[in-house]
Design a protein around this ligand. Structure first.
Ligand code: F6P
Length: 321
């Protein structure tokens, strides 16, 4: 009987549990055994494996986080760690591994497949949306809705006090949360790690708004933007003489019940992962392209470079005048 391993790795995201549930129940449906591996690659190295059954994944789809817990693993980046991980999979007679995570996690999975021949199926689970091969990652939609809810609440008080509010969101290297939330949240300005904006341009935009009768302004800053939020507050206050407040959303963006979109994408990815393993498909990354969930070659998928959506970035400016 074929045995599958499944783990969640890196930053958790809403929707991971929906993947685990779909993969587990479809594996059992196809008469396979499926083992949950706890704490990502750390648990893979430490042998924290547990056989899953239908009941193991009951009542988890609506919950954020991950029933298998997760971790970031420095050890997995070492030859010794990789060796131990591969040996543990061999001991459990598992040669097919489903990895749910972001860019770093899927890249680690590729190394495991290249060095030890483990068949890896990658599923894009991260709020960052930083995987170029897929239009959307699991967790991105839920995180965006969390940020939009925060922007709506902040707009109330920011306008009441006629303030400028800087909202810091997650995204170390990818500014998609800031970009898409800024556009759909009606922000005046979006600051992303992909490039540095001119502080004078930011302040000019704020003052144009004031002169046009705007009561307040909202700036969305991705945490990876090269100028810190505190420095930005100071610079904008000095240049505009306006009251500037800072809200850091931080880990709020990682939690919450997954939206329909994330649950649907997660479920489709979980089912497809097991179907690919059933059909003997090797080393694939599952993603969404033009509304359709598809499987791509893992190495090619991870080699794709993201293109920044300047059209959306420019639309933020036009729409907030
Ligand atoms: O990768 C997803 C993410 O949420 C990033 O947006 C964020 O910078 C990072 O994880 C935070 O990592 P940690 O949870 O390890 O602090």
């Amino acid at each position: 009987m074929k045995r599958i391993g499944i783990l969640t790795s890196g930053g958790d995201c809403p929707g991971m549990n929906a993947v685990i549930r779909a993969a587990t129940r479809y594996a059992i449906f196809f008469d396979m055994e499926i083992y949950g591996i706890y704490r990502g690659y750390e648990g893979l190295i430490d042998g924290e494996f547990e056989k899953l059954d239908r009941r193991s994944v009951a009542d988890i789809m609506q919950r954020g986080g991950t029933a298998l817990r997760t971790a970031r693993s420095e050890r997995f980046m070492t030859p010794e760690g990789l060796e131990r991980a591969a040996r543990n999979l061999e001991t459990f007679k598992i040669n097919d591994l489903i990895v749910i995570g972001g860019n770093g996690s899927l890249t680690g999975a590729l190394v495991l497949s290249q060095k030890y021949g483990i068949n890896v199926i990658g599923i894009p689970g991260t709020i960052d949306n930083d995987l170029a091969y897929t239009d959307s990652t699991i967790g991105f939609d839920t995180a965006l809705n969390t940020v939009l809810d925060a922007i709506t609440r902040i707009r109330d008080t920011s306008s009441a006090h006629e303030r400028t509010t800087i909202i810091e969101v997650m995204g170390r290297h990818c500014g998609d949360i800031a970009l898409y939330a800024g556009l759909t949240g009606g922000a005046e300005y979006v600051l992303v790690p992909e490039f540095e904006s001119d502080i004078n341009d930011i302040c000019q935009k704020i003052m144009e708004g004031v002169n046009a009768g705007k009561l307040h302004s909202i700036i969305i800053r991705a945490e990876g933007y090269p100028v810190s939020s505190l420095d930005l507050v100071k610079q904008v206050e000095e240049r505009t003489s306006r009251e500037v407040k800072l809200v850091v959303l931080s880990y709020l963006q990682r939690g919450g019940s997954p939206t329909f979109k994330d649950r649907m994408l997660a479920t489709e990815c979980g089912v497809m992962a097991v179907e690919l393993i059933r059909d003997g498909e090797k080393n694939k990354a599952i993603g969404e392209k033009d509304g359709e969930v598809r499987a791509f070659d893992l190495e090619e998928a991870l080699a794709e470079q993201r293109e920044f959506r300047y059209d959306i970035y420019n639309a933020v400016d036009v729409l907030s005048k």
